[in-house]
Design a protein around this ligand. Structure first.
Ligand code: CMC
Length: 389
């Protein structure tokens, strides 16, 4: 096989050069365009971070207001997309609906297939970021058999999303600013994470010169999997299964015997505490306070983390909490059903997918993604006629 390298899961293969997101997994550092995630969460907003990821610099006041205006005014989806969504069974998984609907968008905006046209690329970026929350909220309402709530352009990005999810009747839905802010921080934390499975899927499909809606649909598909975007659902189910703090030692024993995984722990790149997990953890209390809810699972999560971090099995394998360990607790407190958790990841990751897709298209070294293999099957076999088998 000559000089070919065998690298299952691409743990040691750089598939591109990128100037978007920097991760130092050993030290637990995450930066976008060089700015630490902690600073972005403290001073920025999700839409500003989306701009930073896509265009490479923090926007001026004018650039930001134009960007926010454009996104706010592209939140509506074509009525036929709505009819398309109506066709799903009432119990369809929201990620399945999202995946199909984002793919369907490409047929509504065929001009986006002109990927060499910068204006078309920008338009697709705006449309995708604007419409993702609308489709996600419609998918949620569909599962409840509730009428869709149209976007409210007077609200913020996250406020409008909460309105589309939860508004029950006139008058206007007034989002709690604390929840709007907490959701915005969660969105910042999920915006990009370099060449993870879904981003690699977007780049792979994008490298074939497919249109951006199709490429992003591939990202949604990859995110659907339980080891990627589905992990926060698995965390909550795990906490529910553990049921009480007393059951933690037995549960950890089954994990150590290799019978199951401690969901929300471990990461391909972070061999230290995931900085996103630390920030999310610091917001759980304030969300619970704003919603007036008590989370029966929070105590279990905190104790589980403590015990795992004290345990040689986890420390020797450098397994620390990742972004998903606490995010599900916040989503649950916000009233988001477990099934829709992965959708909550897909909405903000859209900006990262687009940023990576645009960067890829500008790369003079871009070639179609086409890994090789090490063939292990038979060769030179004779075709056996049916009568002789
Ligand atoms: N619980 C128990 N053991 C684990 C876990 C875990 N969560 N994660 C890894 N290990 C063990 C694994 O059994 C192996 O042990 P040994 O060396 O004895 O065979 C060792 O640690 C290395 O594991 P790996 O599977 O080679 O690690 P990976 O880099 O291929 O997998 C991972 C990374 C995230 C898929 C994995 O840690 C995992 O399954 N975690 C649970 C799922 C999860 O929380 N996923 C969210 C990831 S962050 C958000 C995102 O990217 O979408």
């Amino acid at each position: 096989f000559g000089l070919m390298t065998y690298d299952p899961g691409y743990t040691n293969t750089a598939s591109c050069r990128s100037a978007i997101t920097y991760i130092d997994g050993e030290r637990g550092i995450l930066q976008h365009r060089g700015i630490p995630i902690e600073e972005l969460c403290e001073h920025s907003t999700y839409l500003e971070v989306a701009y930073l990821l896509i265009y490479g610099h923090l926007p001026t006041e004018e650039e930001l207001s134009r960007w926010v205006y454009d996104i706010t005014h592209h939140t509506y989806v074509h009525e036929n997309i709505k009819s398309f969504m109506d066709g799903f069974r009432h119990d369809a998984h929201p990620m399945g609906i999202l995946l199909a609907s984002v793919g369907a968008l490409s047929t509504f905006y065929p001009e986006a297939s002109d990927i060499d046209d910068e204006e078309q690329r920008n338009m697709a970026a705006i449309r995708l970021i604007a419409k993702m929350p609308t489709i996600a909220a419609f998918a949620y309402r569909h599962s409840l058999g509730l009428p869709y709530v149209y976007p409210d352009n007077d609200l913020s990005y996250t406020g409008n999303f909460l309105s589309m999810l939860f508004k029950m009747a006139e008058p206007k839905y007034e989002p709690d600013p604390r929840l709007e802010k907490a959701l915005d921080i969660l969105f910042i934390l999920h915006a990009d994470h370099e060449q993870n499975a879904s981003t690699s899927a977007v780049r792979t499909v994008g490298s074939t010169r497919a249109d951006p809606y199709t490429a992003v649909a591939a990202g949604v598909a990859a995110l659907y999997g339980p080891l990627h975007g589905g992990a926060n659902v698995a965390v909550l189910k795990m906490l529910q299964r553990i049921g009480s703090v007393e059951n933690i030692p037995d549960f950890l024993e089954t994990v150590k015997q290799g019978k199951e995984r401690l969901m929300g722990f471990g990461h391909r790149v972070y061999k230290n505490y995931d900085p996103r997990a630390r920030i999310i953890k610091s917001h759980v209390d304030e969300v619970l306070e704003a919603t007036g809810k008590e989370s029966p699972w929070l105590d279990i999560a905190i104790e589980l983390e403590k015990r795992a971090l004290d345990d040689e099995y986890f420390t020797s394998r450098k397994l620390y909490p990742n972004v998903d360990f606490y995010s599900g607790l916040i989503y649950e407190a916000l009233g988001i059903p477990t099934e829709a958790f992965t959708v909550m990841f897909a909405i903000p990751r859209t900006s990262g997918w687009i940023a990576q897709w645009m960067e890829m298209l500008r790369d003079p070294e871009l070639r179609i993604a086409r890994p090789r293999q090490i063939y292990t099957g038979p060769r030179d076999q004779r075709y056996v006629p049916m009568s002789e088998r």
